[in-house]
Design a protein around this ligand. Structure first.
Ligand SMILES: Cc1cc2nc3c(=O)[nH]c(=O)nc-3n(C[C@H](O)[C@H](O)[C@H](O)COP(=O)(O)OP(=O)(O)OC[C@H]3O[C@@H](n4cnc5c(N)ncnc54)[C@H](O)[C@@H]3O)c2cc1C
Length: 420
């Protein structure tokens, strides 16, 4: 594994791989392969879909050009911020809550099938404020679309409940049911469960091209041969648009780079270590199941590199030590960056592509792909089994909303004006 990959995946000492080996693109699978459904992309989304389809007894083959969980999913903080994110779109708010609940429900089964502990913790999230005016700005800018009303802590309550937070904190909202995972472990847990239930997984497959004819999808062509299938699901995150372009479907993906730092508290300073996630306006501070504390994240639209800037990390450390002064005693471990796959309207593409029967999109999850992974797996499986977007209430996420000439040209105009 490269140094960069090691940095992104977090502390591997807690990583318990399952017993089912991944296949590398090699001679034994060279030639023709067939599956009912091929999934392209082995990030958290592709692996969650593979897991759900395999659970339903479906014949599924997942192909990944590099390695499982090597893309954006390895860079995430792993928060399942279903309420703290405060989605303004009603469908997204509902799906986020359903997804978090589903993941909690599936945890035991996926862990035992895969042998991977996904590091799921439910310690709650705190949104702290420095002044009364910060609280009222927050209230005014947010919908009151909470599934669970947050608990208000005044200054005294903050000091009692979170003594490690800055003593000048005016007050905070606390959402006890919020939770988080180790994202690479979750992705591995999905894929190894899928394999345990019969899914085939091949890493290192290059030059994937969608293979279609006038009847619709026929499969994919790759560096190791042709693979035929009835359905193809494109789950390639940031690179979803590249595959879709091959068949004249325009589904723009907008990159938003983010940087994260990891620190660790020594046993002497354990009292300074946050035991709940801080979900502030300027930073999130996430105590992880592997003992580390992750500080994130910067947001740099349009950037696609994964270099870590001094400026970015300085900003994170300044915000973190301002909320948690004891953070100064922690050891700096490492920092990494990833690129979030956003879309022009901020909604993921989840659904069938009308122009090519058998072709499906599942990408563009921006800053919530870990949170939305379980529900995306379930929705995609329902679609493959013949349900419609309308029946599932997810027409707003359909890829067909964007793939219309007039919408795409409006989007290109906006981009050109913005660039000028
Ligand atoms: C700094 C940061 C913090 C984040 N924090 C959170 C968080 O706290 N909570 C949350 O829910 N989300 C978070 N996210 C967002 C989350 O990481 C993404 O939404 C999610 O990982 C997207 O998953 P994916 O499977 O779509 O993409 P990826 O993980 O990028 O997977 C796509 C895969 O497709 C493969 N691929 C690409 N092209 C091809 C091809 N042509 N052929 C074959 N394979 C291909 C890639 O190699 C890759 O493995 C964060 C993201 C960043 C960057």
């Amino acid at each position: 594994m490269s140094e960069e990959a090691k940095n992104r995946s977090g502390n591997r000492s807690n990583f318990h791989p399952g017993t089912v080996p991944m296949r590398k693109a090699g001679t034994e699978i060279r030639g023709k392969l067939h599956a009912e459904t091929i999934i392209v992309g082995g990030g958290v989304i592709g692996c969650a879909i593979a897991c759900e389809l395999a659970t339903r007894g479906h014949d599924v083959l997942l192909v990944e050009r590099a390695r499982i969980a090597g893309g954006t999913s390895s860079a995430a903080a792993g928060m399942l911020a279903a309420d703290s994110e405060e989605f303004t779109h009603a469908v997204m708010a509902k799906l986020a809550r359903q997804s978090k609940a589903l993941l909690h429900e599936q945890k035991e089964r996926i862990s035992s099938l895969s042998g991977v502990d996904m590091g799921l913790q439910q310690s709650g999230f705190i949104t702290p404020f420095r002044s009364y005016s910060e609280v009222s700005d927050y209230k005014n800018s947010r919908s009151s679309n909470f599934s669970e009303k947050p608990i208000w802590w005044d200054r005294v309550a903050v000091q009692q409940e979170a003594s490690w937070l800055n003593r000048n904190t005016y007050g905070a909202y606390y959402r006890p049911s919020e939770s988080e995972v180790l994202p690479v472990h979750l992705t591995q847990a999905y894929v190894r469960s899928a394999q345990a239930m019969g899914a085939r997984v091949v890493e290192g497959v290059q030059d994937v091209r969608l293979h279609t004819d006038f009847n619709g999808v026929q499969g994919i062509k790759t560096s190791i041969g042709t693979m035929t299938s009835k359905n193809v699901i494109v789950a390639t995150g940031l690179h979803g648009d590249e595959l879709m372009k091959q068949v004249d479907i325009g589904l723009p993906v907008l990159p938003v780079k983010g940087e994260i730092a990891a620190v660790q508290f020594s046993p002497h300073h354990v009292g300074f270590r946050p035991d709940k996630t801080v979900y502030a306006e300027d930073i999130y501070i996430v105590p992880k199941a592997n003992g580390e504390v992750w500080l994130g994240a910067t947001s740099l639209p349009g950037k696609t590199d994964t270099k870590v800037s001094v400026q970015g990390i300085q900003k994170l450390l300044t915000a973190a030590t301002s909320w948690v002064p004891g953070m100064k005693e922690a050891h700096f471990l490492r920092a990494w960056a990833g690129v979030r796959p956003s879309t022009p309207d901020g909604l993921p593409y989840i659904g069938a592509c009308d122009s090519i029967p058998g072709l499906f999109a599942a990408f563009g999850h921006y800053r919530n792909g870990i949170l939305l992974s379980a529900i995306t797996g379930s929705l995609m499986a329902d679609l493959i089994y013949g349900k419609t977007s309308e029946e599932l209430g997810i027409q707003d996420l359909s890829p067909n909303r964007m793939n219309r000439k007039e919408i795409l040209s409006e989007y290109h105009c906006q981009r050109t004006n913005h660039a000028n």
